[in-house]
Design a protein around this ligand. Structure first.
Ligand SMILES: *Cc1c(COP(=O)(O)O)cnc(C)c1O
Length: 378
């Protein structure tokens, strides 16, 4: 049996006629940037996330940047970021000329450890970026309190967390603003690059709209410094079609996760991801950890990955090098041992295939092969 890590083809086949029609309409309109398809997508995406504004962008990375840019983050400022996330979260700060300051993650939620945030706050701190990693919302209430107490911004990176909920509230409107990614492999994926920012703040939304379009509301009058971060019409049209299925697909991801749990929870050699009591997890990724001793865990994880691969099962590493140990951040002066939880995840974590189209047979096969690996090892 083959279980690829990601399978976008099955989904495309299911919705091909609608997608092809939507793309053809854009081609025939010859209007390729922003326009009606993007506007319609923006308003539907905002409504689904109970947030007032959605501004469509060229990528999630641009969302990370524009969020902090529009808030006025600049050189000399510091921005708090979890040590375990995709690199783009940190580009938001560095592209504004600000310094990313890393914080370890929580051993159960894998998100920023809210108890460790205050230790790094100083006069230069301007924002906290809470990443809803793997599809599970960060513990937002303590972060809201910290942000209020120190008068700093709380920004969400919801790139992996479309429709996820924190205590019954949708992500996207939990802080001052949020960025989303529609990279093809994300829970809601475009057919190319795309992203968005959301906010309940009218003024901020207006700034986002201007910055993404060269700092202008009227062509060739540039009120603010800006960039070209506009969403393409074809991506808006594709996303609008796919948005109709997002709730159903999210439930399918949750089905896969609970099936993995049923099949694997008694296996002592691995730790399954924890769905926190405050969270509705949308399982962009299902990251297990091997429970081996610190000096062995990376070796066992790599062997497990190789064994699964030899049996036709694709897996991923998210992420193999935590941000504080990335070569590009060498001059920030972090060292191994600074963030033990993030480092443990990097060494022992393995992402299993998870997507709405995964069949029960495929899930059972993955679970059986994981069991077989540990049986053979003993
Ligand atoms: C994917 C991702 C991004 C960047 O999104 P792109 O659309 O690929 O630019 C940012 N942050 C996180 C946490 C992501 O997973």
């Amino acid at each position: 049996m083959q279980v690829p890590f990601l399978d976008l083809k099955t989904q495309y086949k299911q919705i091909k006629s609608e997608i092809d029609k939507a793309i053809t309409e854009v081609l025939e309109s010859t209007s390729f940037i922003l326009g009606k398809p993007v506007q319609e997508f923006e308003s539907e995406f905002a409504k689904m996330h109970d947030v007032k504004h959605c501004v469509g962008l060229s990528s999630g990375t641009d969302g990370n940047h524009i969020a902090l840019w529009a808030l006025g983050i600049k050189s000399g400022d510091e921005v708090i970021i979890p040590a375990n996330t995709f690199i783009a979260t940190a580009w938001g700060a560095t592209l504004c000329g600000a310094k990313p300051v890393f914080v370890d993650c929580h051993p159960e939620s894998y998100n920023i450890d809210t108890e460790k945030v205050e230790n790094v706050i100083n006069k230069k701190t301007k924002a906290i970026v809470a990443v809803h990693l793997y599809g599970q919302p960060a513990d937002i209430d303590p972060l809201i309190e910290i942000a209020r107490e120190y008068n700093i911004y709380l920004v969400e990176d919801a790139a992996q967390a479309h429709l996820a909920e924190y205590k019954g509230r949708k992500v996207g409107g939990l802080g001052i603003c949020a960025s989303f990614s529609f990279y093809p492999g994300k829970n809601l994926g475009a057919y190319g690059e795309a992203g968005a920012v959301t906010t309940n703040d009218d003024e901020l939304a207006q700034k986002f709209r201007m910055i993404r379009d060269h700092g202008s509301v009227k062509k060739y009058t540039h009120v603010l410094l800006g960039h070209n971060y506009r969403m393409e019409s074809i991506q808006g049209a594709v996303l609008k079609v796919k948005l109709k299925y997002l709730e159903k697909w999210t439930e399918e991801r949750r089905r896969v996760a609970s099936r993995y749990r049923e099949l694997l929870s008694d296996l002592e050699e691995i730790k399954l991801p924890v769905e926190m009591p405050y969270a509705k997890h949308v399982y962009h990724l299902f990251v297990i950890q091997v429970n081996s001793k610190p000096d062995k865990r990376q070796e066992v994880r790599d062997k497990l990955q190789r064994f699964l691969n030899e049996n036709g099962i694709g897996t991923g590493l998210h992420y193999p090098i935590p941000l504080h140990l990335q070569p590009c951040f060498k001059e920030l002066g972090y060292k191994r041992g600074d963030f033990p939880v993030a480092e443990q995840l990097a060494e022992s974590g393995l992402s299993l295939p998870i997507y709405p189209e995964l069949t029960d047979e495929q899930i059972e096969y993955v679970a059986e092969k994981i069991r077989e690996f540990f049986r053979r090892k003993c």
